[in-house]
Write a protein that binds this ligand. Structure first.
Ligand code: UDP
Length: 312
């Protein structure tokens, strides 16, 4: 049993990860300022004897009493709508937050795990994206607050590894969806499903030919735990390598929900990546991990979750 600090543990990925850690017998301390995370994602865990929650903004100094075996830094708003709404907080948590988490890991002699992102590849010119690709990021566009913060966080993490000998792991998380996502998160899967359940038209940005590769959350968490437990210190892509256009995604959601609202096209956001698909060779080779849940099955489960949450 390990004692693990999870920042952002009340968010979508974090609250799924925390459940998986508790299930395998670990003790978990969650730090979250609830800016985009939600107490409702974790309140059923408050009575768990191995669970502690502290409301805290990790961009400020972190203090955790007692021994710590690993610090998993997931805290960050991650939806493109947040990039416009709270850009400074995103830059702070990616930079100062990562610095504070690395400092905590160093002080405790703990492993440090950074949740990075496929956004480090920007609007990629290499397809699919291997970890060796340096990316194509606009350094001052609207997405840069997230992309550059995560690129900085990766640089800082490996500097702490090389300079201070901190044992580190870096996951590059590709588009992930599933239960405990916010209905108003603003990303495409939650938008399409909640719109379809309400009988509203699905908002397809641009002509809908842009692609993403969607990973169901249980696969994502299995991959992240495999990385945590491995010895591999360089970044690893974790995602699903089946690629779909947004029009294809809309078709799946319409078929699952029997929605009659149709689709409506809205403008494509600036710097929206045209294509994205992980190269999973490193994850396969180093972790023996590959995704299992097909898109249709994951969308059906996620639709059932949103229908319950929204009472529809
Ligand atoms: N998108 C869309 N309709 C929406 C929300 C997003 O067509 O209501 C598109 C968006 O333009 C992008 C893709 O879906 O091409 C994925 O967007 P998301 O915000 O989910 O994540 P991203 O991968 O861009 O961070």
């Amino acid at each position: 049993m390990a004692r693990i600090v999870v920042t952002g543990g009340a968010g979508f990925l974090g609250s799924n990860l925390v459940r998986a850690l508790l299930d395998r017998g670990d003790e978990v301390v969650v730090l979250d300022n609830l800016l985009t995370g939600s107490e409702s994602n974790i309140e059923e865990l408050f009575s768990h004897q191995h669970f502690t929650f502290k409301k805290h903004d990790v961009s400020n100094h972190i203090w955790v009493p007692g021994p710590v075996d690993a610090v998993m830094h997931l805290a960050s708003p991650a939806s493109p709508v947040d990039f416009e709404r709270i850009p400074i907080q995103i830059l702070e948590v990616g930079s100062l937050g990562t610095l504070n988490c690395l400092g905590l890991a160093r002080e405790k002699g703990a492993k440090f795990f950074l949740n990075s992102t496929s956004e480090v590849y920007g609007d990629p010119l290499v397809h699919p994206q291997p970890e060796t690709y340096w990316g194509n990021v606009n350094p001052n566009g609207p997405r840069s607050v997230y992309d550059e913060a995560k690129r900085f966080a990766e640089a800082l993490t490996l500097a702490y590894h090389r300079h201070h000998g901190v044992d580190v792991r870096i996951v590059r998380t590709f588009n992930t969806y599933g239960p405990l996502m916010r209905p108003d998160d603003g990303r495409v899967v939650s938008n399409f499903i909640t719109q379809a359940l309400r009988g509203e038209p699905l908002t397809v940005y641009g002509d809908g030919t842009q692609t993403r590769s969607f990973c169901y959350v249980t696969d994502q968490i299995d991959g992240q735990l495999a990385l945590l437990d491995s010895d591999y210190v360089l970044p690893v892509n974790i995602g699903n390598d089946k690629e779909f256009t947004m029009l294809e995604l809309a078709e799946h959601v319409v078929a699952i929900t029997n929605s009659s609202g149709g689709v409506v096209h809205e403008p494509l956001p600036k710097d929206d990546p045209m294509q994205r698909r992980p190269d999973l060779d490193v994850a396969n080779r180093e972790l023996g991990w590959s995704p299992k849940v097909p898109l249709r099955e994951g969308l059906e489960k996620t639709t059932a979750y949103f229908a319950t949450v929204l009472g529809l």
